[in-house]
Design a binder for this molecule. Structure first.
Ligand SMILES: Cc1cc2nc3c(=O)[nH]c(=O)nc-3n(C[C@H](O)[C@H](O)[C@H](O)COP(=O)(O)OP(=O)(O)OC[C@H]3O[C@@H](n4cnc5c(N)ncnc54)[C@H](O)[C@@H]3O)c2cc1C
Length: 331
């Protein structure tokens, strides 16, 4: 009989964890504060002033896959080569990769997990509508769960894990993330730039012509990522002050539309160097890109490793009547 395991975070690490658990006969239940699965594998959609469709992959740009499990997952998600034969994106946007890989999993979306309660074999996940987080969230309990996988960026994972596994939670502080200010812009003319642009100096680290990616709208649209040092220097600046300096750094003209998004936790600069963290007695573990490195592939490997640790530990118990508590956000 399948057993309920809570997976907090439906980015690549959480999705990988949930898929492995499901394949082993468990019943994973994902919680994510986002509107859908994928986390930093994200696509923003918009419209030009004339109503033309626009879109930007404003988080991860592409994936490479040396790990056979991640390569198989990319193939299953229909990923296609871009910007060269060894790197891959999704169509019609990179977010399709997370969406397809999460298909069929039980996910509570738009739910911000605030805390855990209970203990081994009887965990309760408290979650709140992300729109109502301030000033005080009305919490909803879900559970009981046999085990819990926390698949969040390290700074967000630590406070949830700390009351129960403080020594493992303390390791989250070893991970270092770079922030990334990202500008999404569209133009009324073709810009005299290559489809991808990378630099190790100056305010801009990477820029990509969205309209050159496979299956995208044809309007000239660009994603421009600020360098880590520039993003740190301007971390608390207002979004409307971010667009002009980054466009100017690339000599871009006035855009039709432009907006900026701040990733507080973008690429991992220092990972803790272990695939995942798991307390077998508590049935509580941690996974994410911060365990092995700042790439989608590392997140996938980490989530898979945590699922393997949970499966190896083994959990038993009835599932009749589950979930006793829960929201109606199942996909
Ligand atoms: C700008 C940018 C560019 C990048 N470029 C690349 C690239 O080109 N190639 C590459 O391989 N990687 C790239 N990455 C990194 C890659 O996106 C990540 O390594 C990977 O997606 C991390 O997956 P994850 O599951 O560990 O975390 P996430 O994707 O961050 O997933 C965590 C999930 O947890 C949710 N969450 C957080 N807190 C809570 C809470 N309290 N309750 C409920 N849910 C919560 C979030 O909504 C999110 O969905 C890039 C990242 C960024 C931001």
């Amino acid at each position: 009989m399948s057993l309920p395991i809570a997976v907090i975070g439906a980015g690549l690490a959480g999705i990988a964890c949930a898929r492995s658990l499901r394949a082993a006969g468990y019943a994973p239940v994902l919680f994510d504060k986002g509107r859908g699965p994928g986390g930093r594998v994200a696509t923003r959609r918009g419209k030009a002033p004339d109503g033309t469709a626009l879109q930007w992959d404003h988080g991860a740009q592409y994936f490479s896959a040396r790990d056979p499990g991640f390569a198989a997952a990319l193939a299953a998600a229909g990923a296609v080569p871009w910007p060269d034969p060894r790197r891959f994106t999704g169509t019609p946007g990179i977010s399709s990769i997370g969406r397809i890989l999460a298909d069929g999993l039980t996910i509570h979306t738009a739910r911000h997990v605030t805390r855990l309660e209970g203990g081994p074999g009887a965990w309760v996940v408290h979650h709140a509508d992300r729109a109502l987080l301030h000033p005080l969230p009305p919490e909803t309990p879900a559970g009981p769960f046999a085990a819990v996988a926390i698949a969040l960026p390290a700074p967000q994972a630590a406070p949830i894990a700390d009351p129960f596994i403080p020594a493992l939670a303390a390791r989250c502080a070893e991970a270092v993330y770079a922030p990334c200010w990202t500008v999404m812009a569209a133009f009324g003319e073709l810009l005299p730039l290559p489809d991808t642009w990378r630099s190790t100096a100056g305010p801009v680290a990477w820029a990509a012509r969205e309209s050159a990616k496979p299956g995208r709208p044809s309007t000239e649209a660009w994603t421009i990522q600020a360098a880590p040092a520039w993003s740190r220097e301007h971390l608390e600046d207002a979004p409307e002050t971010i667009v002009a300096p980054l466009l100017a750094a690339l000599g871009m003209p006035a855009p039709l539309v432009a907006t900026a998004h701040r990733w507080r936790y973008s690429l991992v600069e220092h990972a803790i160097g272990t695939p995942c963290l798991f307390d077998a007695d508590q049935g509580l573990g941690l996974a994410g890109d911060w365990c092995l490195g700042g790439r989608g592939e590392a997140a996938w490997q980490s989530g898979t490793a945590l699922a393997e640790a949970i499966i190896a530990r083994g959990f038993a118990g009835p599932t009749a009547g589950f979930p006793r508590h829960g929201s109606s956000h199942d996909r």
